[in-house]
Design a binder for this molecule. Structure first.
Ligand code: C5P
Length: 297
């Protein structure tokens, strides 16, 4: 018997970053949107905990106990006094180290898969608590849809979305480390007062209406200057997407994936074709959001 869970990537339509806290994390107002690029995690009984991964970026995925899927299984097993004797196979389609919560997605998916496989019957709140222990973005991978994340991003308020948004994602030729991008944010902010992060009413209203033109005017990412400082070539990708007719162009989360908002599926396909031909990125994908969070298939 095995259980397979499908889990989406995310894009941040707003990422407002406050000052570093004493624990090193940053206070955020993080508006997440789940988009239809998916990993699938399959949990099957095994002699001992084992992680395997397949997909275009598979060789970049750690298979030891630093993998969030392995950590999720261990955390659930410990809480419920179960042996973590499980083989977790990750079919990976979400870019690795891309700012699209690929690792977080696998953590949330493994948690849901192990809970079903072992019959632990953990409540939604318990699963969300474990997710928050695993990482700031993991709770959102569990719930999907659209949500405002506050605190370090783990405290979620679900958001209404009045339509479907069409996105193009340009995958970069190398990854960016999230801690390094936050460190660069701190370096760039030195000597300045960093304001409290607040959710933009314009972003929330555009999501609620399903209005892509309004969302395009309202999107923002406070980590973008830091990501561009560490990876200046991303400016060329952003410029290529804008020139191709994208309504908005921004770095996704801590990057280096860049995200482009399009008015409809046809326009997204056109922007994608131009980006592919531009030579400024490794690969290009299109996806719609919002979509559901981690789901047993
Ligand atoms: O929570 P997570 O493990 O995904 O965070 C990865 C790293 O990103 C943290 O170690 C920290 O350096 C940075 N981070 C942060 N503030 C947040 C979330 C993440 O500084 N709110």
């Amino acid at each position: 018997m095995s259980v397979t869970v499908r889990v989406p990537a995310k894009v941040n339509v707003q990422l407002a970053v406050g000052a570093a806290r004493p624990d090193g994390f940053h206070e955020l107002a993080n508006v997440f949107l789940a988009v239809g690029l998916y990993d699938e995690v399959t949990a099957a009984p095994a002699g001992e905990l084992r992680v395997t991964c397949a997909g275009p970026d598979a060789e970049q995925v750690p298979l030891d106990r630093t993998n969030l899927a392995a950590r999720a299984a261990l955390a659930l097993a410990e809480r419920h006094g179960v042996e973590p004797a499980v083989h977790l196979h990750i079919a990976k389609d979400i870019p690795v180290a891309g700012g699209m919560a690929g690792g977080s997605a696998d953590g949330a998916a493994a948690l849901v898969a192990c809970d079903a496989l072992w019959g632990t019957g953990a409540s939604r709140d318990e699963l969300l608590d474990i997710c928050a222990e695993l990482g700031s973005d993991v709770p959102f991978s569990l719930v999907g849809g659209a949500a405002l994340g506050t605190g370090r991003g783990e405290m979620l308020t679900p958001l209404e979305v009045g339509g479907t948004f069409h996105w193009v994602f340009a995958l970069a030729r190398r990854g960016l480390s999230t801690p390094a991008v936050f460190r660069e944010f701190d370096r760039l902010a030195e000597g300045r007062d960093v304001p409290e992060p607040v959710a933009s009413p314009d972003v929330l209203a555009a999501l609620a209406k399903g209005d892509c033109d309004a969302l395009a005017l309202a999107v923002s990412n406070d980590l973008q200057p830091a990501a561009l400082s560490l990876f200046p070539e991303l400016s060329d990708t952003l410029a290529a997407g804008r020139a191709a007719g994208a309504l908005a162009a921004l770095v996704s989360g801590s990057g280096p994936t860049t995200a482009f908002l399009a008015s409809d599926a046809g326009s997204a396909a056109e922007v994608a074709a131009v980006l592919r031909a531009s030579g400024t990125c490794r690969a290009v994908r299109t996806a719609e959001g919002p979509v559901a969070g981690a789901t047993v298939v």
